[in-house]
Design a protein around this ligand. Structure first.
Ligand code: UDP
Length: 690
């Protein structure tokens, strides 16, 4: 296997392929490298794959840009999301990982937004390796009337089951599991059933191809805190359909061009502090909207918000579902808020998108930017900035190289040109820097890195606008600069009482404090912007294996574990951990075996203290520190931050409650917990023995 046959001749492996780990090669071989469809012989090496992607995405660019694209990928400094790696330059055209598809309360609609239109759209997206998200809240509840047939509606959950079965059947061309996000907003009449759709007896049985999330609002979270009641609504029965009921934009859309309306909305929002709803030309609050809904007979019943919340918490504790999406936070920080209201996200939550939008992702491998300076490890900020520049350029090119499966998707995507540059390898970067993941220093570093990456990604998008034009829906005046609403680091930290940032880490990141965001704004106003959003923190489930690093912003899951993926079972021992063991002359097979049994060092007294600190794994890190990292990255992120708050198996439901409330307060857009062993099958098992 050191030669491959391609383009009519045999080629040898490129030495750069030796950078790839054994697991990376296995994954690439199983799913990414192109084969001759008849002989099933490989027709490319990993380097040829990177070349294929680079040249496909550099059409119309200089040779130098193409080389840079190739270089950042082949050196594993940056990788685009799976569909771009798999499909660039092939017959399959989808290059993006994330899609949101609307579902209206009708079988089909003339503009293709009915239930079965959505089902079809989902199938074509899955077939080519994309993941889809849906908001099912517009569907009339179970037992409601169906006028055309005088029948009884079966409700959103039974329709979701059809989407689920279809996902099973399509299986994304055999290369990728179908992934869906199903959202229901908390005011929906069927919300109680939705919350239980994947827990209790239905756990491991129903909706197995869905992550589910409840869309909650500030009014709801406040009602939880105060123990108040909230109404459940039948969206079919109200002129203020539930979907708009909380917010201020959708109904206003028709008026948005009139300046006085915009100013009015903004003033009202400020005064009333949160959810405001616009009906015709009148601005009303949630409370006033309720009065109307009540008059229309749309309120099905009133429930205690705290009790509903407890049910959500119980479900998440029991099975990981449902998660929460904070709809107000999402829309408040959506830079192109004036287009419409966001109702849903893609499967893992890193992309809150408008109806029909898609987004392509790519992630920087942070581990590659640790360098030695004066005998000490530090961060290569310059190298990082340069990689960001080419990465954003590459992601922007993906939008035009993409072959969209549906006209609506193409139109919506090209209107805003959203791209999502994220990261992987944070945990390994921290280990190399000698900073424990669960420390104030680490959270500060996350915050500063996120800020630096956002700044340079945004700056690149301005430069691209200068060169290639702005995104069509760009409105310089209404575009919202998200840094104006980023919570300061100190505010995040005030939620836990954990000490201060060390002078060394402050010094290491001082370059970030010098970034000039006022100048950035002036440049945006002068030259425009190429992409409505530029960053997004994805889970990097597979591309982190290809890059041979830790996934996304997660701590190490375990120092040794069994990983179940579509192509088989892997037993992995972290190579960085092995390196440390060697350094301390502890690389004795017996020691390694001992650690491998549980996956962690824990309190093993024979391990040096410094090692015990930096090698703390996902279940040893407290939920607060998991959240703080997510919150740090979310502040400097114009889309979402995907993260799993991993909990030990013995954590009580109260921990989930605490995590969900704290997530809302820390300005996170969506939160998911996973308690170890709470499902019968999980992707990664902790340790080898269990
Ligand atoms: N995704 C999917 N199927 C999968 C894994 C991922 O459709 O089996 C989509 C989904 O939208 C997810 C996004 O890809 O949120 C990014 O996931 P990840 O970063 O893990 O993908 P990678 O590029 O590493 O394969």
């Amino acid at each position: 296997y050191n030669h491959v046959y391609g383009k009519g001749k045999w080629k040898e492996f490129d030495p750069k392929d030796l950078l790839l780990t054994y697991n990376a090669l296995k994954v690439l071989e199983a799913r990414y490298l192109l084969k001759n469809p008849e002989t099933l012989r490989y027709i490319e090496t990993p380097q040829m794959m990177f070349r294929r992607v680079a040249s496909f995405l550099a059409r119309g660019e200089s040779k130098e840009v193409e080389e840079k694209f190739y270089e950042i990928m082949s050196e594993l400094k940056f990788l685009p999301n799976t569909p771009t790696l798999m499909n660039s330059g092939t017959r399959l055209g989808i290059l993006s990982a994330c899609f949101v598809i609307p579902v209206r309360d009708s079988m089909t609609t003339p503009n293709g937004e009915g239930i079965y239109d959505a089902l079809r759209a989902m199938a074509v997206v899955h077939q080519q390796g994309g993941g889809t998200g849906f908001d099912f809240s517009e569907l009339r509840p179970k037992g409601d009337v169906v006028a055309s047939t005088a029948g009884v509606a079966s409700g959103p959950i039974s329709f979701m089951r059809i989407f689920d079965v279809s996902t099973d059947v399509v299986k994304q061309g055999g290369k990728r599991r179908g992934a869906n996000m199903g959202v229901m907003h908390v005011w929906h009449a069927d919300i109680e059933d939705f919350i239980k759709a994947k827990t209790g007896q239905l756990k491991d049985v129903q909706l197995q191809n869905f992550n589910i999330s409840v869309g909650v609002y500030d009014y709801f979270m406040k009602a939880v805190e105060r123990g108040e009641v909230v109404p459940l609504i039948n969206p079919r029965k109200t002129r203020i359909p539930g979907k708009d009921y909380d917010y201020y934009i959708v109904k206003a859309r028709g008026y948005m061009d009139e300046e006085w309306i915009q100013e009015e909305i903004l003033r009202e929002l400020e005064e009333r502090g949160g959810s405001v709803y616009l009906d015709e030309s009148v601005i009303i609050t949630v409370d006033e909207a309720l009065v109307i809904a009540e008059k229309e007979g749309a309120i099905v019943k009133w429930v205690n918000a705290k009790e509903l919340f407890n049910e959500i918490v119980k479900g998440a504790w029991d099975s990981g579902d449902p998660g929460l999406l904070f709809i107000d936070t999402i829309n408040r920080r959506h830079p192109v808020w004036y287009l419409s209201k966001i109702q849903a996200t893609n499967p893992c939550g890193e992309e809150p998108l408008l109806s029909w939008e898609s987004c392509n992702l790519g992630s920087i491998n942070l581990e590659k930017f640790v360098i030695e300076k004066d005998g000490k490890p530090t961060i290569d900020w310059e190298g990082l900035a340069e990689t960001i520049r080419y990465a954003v350029r590459l992601l922007d090119n993906v939008i035009d190289a993409n072959r969209y499966p549906l006209k609506q998707i193409e139109e919506a995507t090209k209107r805003t040109r959203k791209v999502g540059l994220g990261v992987m390898g944070l945990a390994r970067m921290l280990i190399k820097l000698g900073i424990p993941y669960d420390s104030v220093d680490a959270v500060y570093l996350s915050y500063q890195l996120a800020k630096f990456i956002y700044y340079h990604a945004f700056k690149t998008s301005i430069e691209l606008a200068k060169e290639k034009g702005v995104f069509p829906a760009y409105d310089p005046r209404r575009y919202k600069d998200i840094w104006e609403s980023a919570l300061p680091f100190e505010q995040l930290l005030s939620t836990v009482d954990e000490g201060r940032v060390s002078p060394e880490v402050r010094k290491m990141t001082e370059i970030v404090d010098k970034l000039d965001f006022d100048q950035l704004k002036a440049d945006r106003l002068k030259y425009g912007l190429r992409n409505a959003t530029v960053v997004s923190v994805a889970p990097t489930g597979t591309i982190s294996i290809i890059a041979g690093t830790s996934s996304s912003i997660e701590p190490l899951f375990a120092l040794a574990f069994v990983r179940n993926v579509a192509v088989g079972k892997f037993i992995e021992i972290d190579p960085l951990f092995l390196q440390y063991l060697r350094k301390y002359e502890l690389d004795d097979p017996e020691v390694v075996k001992k650690v491998a049994e549980t996956g962690m060092i824990g309190d093993n007294p024979f391990m040096p203290k410094s090692m015990r600190k930096v090698f703390r794994t996902a279940h040893e890190v407290s939920p607060e520190f998991h959240l703080l990292h997510q919150a740090a990255w979310q502040q400097w992120n114009d889309s979402g931050t995907s993260k799993t708050i991993n909990l030990r198996s013995e954590e009580p439901p109260q921990t989930v409650e605490k995590v969900y409330l704290l997530a809302w307060k820390l300005g996170i857009k969506g939160v998911t917990v996973y308690r170890d062993r709470s499902k019968s099958q999980q992707v990664i098992y902790f340790g080898i023995k269990k």
